[in-house]
Write a protein of this length. Structure first.
Length: 265
């Protein structure tokens, strides 16, 4: 018997493009035309239409004859039915985030560490009238350029912190560039610890209009997740946001930690 080849399979281009269209449609809840999807994904308009016809025949999208827009169908939910997130996020944190939204109005996110980035697990963006994003769950955020990430790396155990910095430093991007500068990283961590929360005031190049503050959710020394509040930077300074909203965030954080502690007993 011939030995099995260890060569990796080539990327299936049609599949990756189809997934790109599903992702784009997920960010356009009112639907999008093939031209708009082509603009969003960089895929040629003819190819977009062909892929949409395939997705429509499989039941994942539907077309509106009146304006030639396409929308996701309920069948896309089948793709996530096998995914099981951490139970406490939906059972404990999600209802409390809704409670927080009523008090702060600005959208908030709850994120956990995912190898070398923070991933949004729960959000109130889709419910906040002040939100400028709707699709946030599953989005990956950098560690050293966002409040969510800084709140995590500043308050996690020292051993984990060192390992995370080393991992980030191995990357060939903006995150890696920052991580390879020990003085910059040390200043970011010291500042975050001193203030008691992570902050981002138009520092993340992908979202230059926004500002945010974030606090850790802990169990002993372990950081389970981080909770942030996101707002338009022009609205207020970081210190003003902290003074106005941090008490409400800390109250919800304390309730989450208390419920988790009770469940662990």
């Amino acid at each position: 018997m011939e030995p099995r080849s260890t060569a990796s399979y080539k990327t299936v281009r049609g599949l990756t493009r189809g997934l790109a269209l599903l992702n784009a449609l997920n960010r356009e809840p009112v639907g999008a035309t093939p031209a708009r999807l082509s603009e969003m994904t960089g895929i040629h308009r003819t190819t977009v239409r062909r892929l949409l016809e395939t997705l429509q025949s499989e039941g994942y999208v539907r077309r509106s004859p009146s304006d030639d827009t396409y929308r996701l169908t309920m069948r896309v939910r089948e793709l996530s039915e096998g995914f099981r997130d951490e139970h406490w996020i939906s059972a404990v944190a999600a209802p409390l985030l809704g409670k927080l939204l009523n008090e702060v109005l600005w959208p908030t996110d709850l994120g956990t560490l995912d190898v070398d980035a923070m991933i949004i697990r729960e959000t109130t963006h889709r419910f906040s009238r002040l939100s400028f994003h709707r699709s946030m769950v599953g989005r990956r955020l950098p560690i050293l350029e966002t409040a969510l990430g800084l709140a995590y790396i500043a308050f996690c155990p020292e051993k984990e912190q060192k390992e995370l910095i080393a991992l980030l430093a191995s990357r060939d991007d903006r995150e890696g560039e920052i991580a390879r500068d020990p003085q910059t990283v040390d200043n970011l961590i010291r500042r975050t610890r001193r203030k008691g929360f992570g902050e981002n005031f138009m520092n993340w190049t992908e979202e230059e209009r926004i500002a945010s503050i974030a606090i850790p959710i802990r169990s002993g020394e372990e950081v389970l997740a981080c909770l942030n509040l996101v707002y338009i930077a022009e609205a207020m300074s970081i210190d003003e946001a902290a003074k106005k909203y941090l008490p409400a965030m800390e109250k919800i954080r304390d309730q989450i930690e208390s419920q988790l502690s009770s469940q662990a007993e």
